[in-house]
Design a protein around this ligand. Sequence first.
Ligand SMILES: Cc1cc2nc3c(=O)[nH]c(=O)nc-3n(C[C@H](O)[C@H](O)[C@H](O)COP(=O)(O)OP(=O)(O)OC[C@H]3O[C@@H](n4cnc5c(N)ncnc54)[C@H](O)[C@@H]3O)c2cc1C
Length: 457
Amino acid sequence: MHQATSAPPISYYDYIIIGGGTAGCPLATTLSQKATVLILERGGSPYGNPNITDLAAFGKALSDLSPSSPSQRFISEEGVINARARVLGGGSCLNAGFYTRADSQYVRAAGWDGRLVNESYGWVEKMVAFEPPILRWQAAVRDGLLEAGVSPYNGFTYDHLLGTKVGGTIFDGDGRRHTAADLLRFANPKGLTVMLHATVHKVLFRIKGKKRPLAHGVVFRDASGIKHGAYLNSGPKNEIIISAGALGSPQLLMLSGIGPLDHLKAHNISMVLDQPLVGQGMSDNPMNAIFVPSPSPVEVSLIQVVGITQFGSYIEAASGEPFVAMPAEKDFGMFSPKIGQLSTLPPKQRTPEALSQAIESMKALDPAVFRARQRVDVVGAVLQGYCDDNLALSWGCQVGRVVDADYRVVGVDGLRVVDGSTFIYSPGTNPQATVMMLGRYMGVKIMQERVKGGKVE
Ligand SMILES: Cc1cc2nc3c(=O)[nH]c(=O)nc-3n(C[C@H](O)[C@H](O)[C@H](O)COP(=O)(O)OP(=O)(O)OC[C@H]3O[C@@H](n4cnc5c(N)ncnc54)[C@H](O)[C@@H]3O)c2cc1C
């Protein structure tokens, strides 16, 4: 890993991957086996940051609003406060860690090769997925779901099956997070260069003399604002791959001149391709949070048990004080206003003033009072038809609309998008397993095209 300030003004690679996130890391690891690969990641390293690595610190990175935070807050048009990653490893450095495969129907509908999908999941799971220890709270959730009829009980499995199950987690037995960045350890060091704090501003196209625009390089800026160029080595198989996430990928296409013409014009961007569907189809999965006050402390757990119901809803649970309040540190966790959650108000009323007011009044509360108050919040929220975001998903470069079945950007050459932005809907209860799988899967496919049937390690 290098800081982009040390990057040469111009460099050449076989593949340039924009975004070292949940999909970008497994993709780069795979491509580096037989080609030279550059990852350009706008954030820093996740290593040595306990807010990322420690399970008990969950939520802290999300409440860090500093410019160097691994998490960047944004607000949707509906007013829902949300977060996107800004760190090597991407969303896998911020998320709740739940690891579960896609619904097999989703795999079929996506037209993926089922055998390679299973191999790719297996490759990811060997390195970053674990069986969680089921303690009292999660065991109670499991038993409660079964009692409520979310059956059968499928035990511990990564598979998406109707009923109740224990899923995987990217936290190991010591509560340490294993992110997509860990997959880079299996890369070919001679083939891979990782640039940190390298923000890509534009993909460059050759247009003259070409049937279609051909992507051939990128412009990125380092932490001091200095511009660098990275270009593809000559060769018909070399490519630029955007893995900048649900917001970053469509944004970068537009900054590079691929998007709805009117929108590009409004921002003074020269058009490369009028593509009205870039950035369209964004959606969040709605989430209703219900707080269950406990008279005695319960273990800290992130998502471990899930109920997959006949009617299409998923029921998940987390526990322990970090999720609501950490009185000792006067800090607040997963569902706190510190990370933009404020269940008593509809999204549009969750202004910065309302959030800081809520933080101040929660700080002043005695923990016992706080537990009692949660019950009131839940009732109020449900009565208002409260609907919150799941902080996780949206799409903007969908397959069949912006990219084709091989994840190539339609209408140009030498450019693909591989990440969660290509999903049409949620591939199961939670997406990260499938995002990592897709990185590996597409890495293998691209390498097979390159070496014509050769084996990919
Ligand atoms: C709070 C939270 C909790 C979640 N919980 C779960 C969970 O428990 N289980 C689960 O399965 N999923 C969960 N998710 C969802 C999951 O983490 C994401 O769907 C997944 O990480 C998205 O992967 P991605 O590769 O599409 O994007 P990302 O992982 O976000 O990667 C995109 C990368 O591109 C970089 N980038 C963007 N623009 C540029 C640019 N211009 N130049 C250079 N780099 C750029 C970003 O910094 C980032 O590192 C959660 C998400 C959040 C935010």
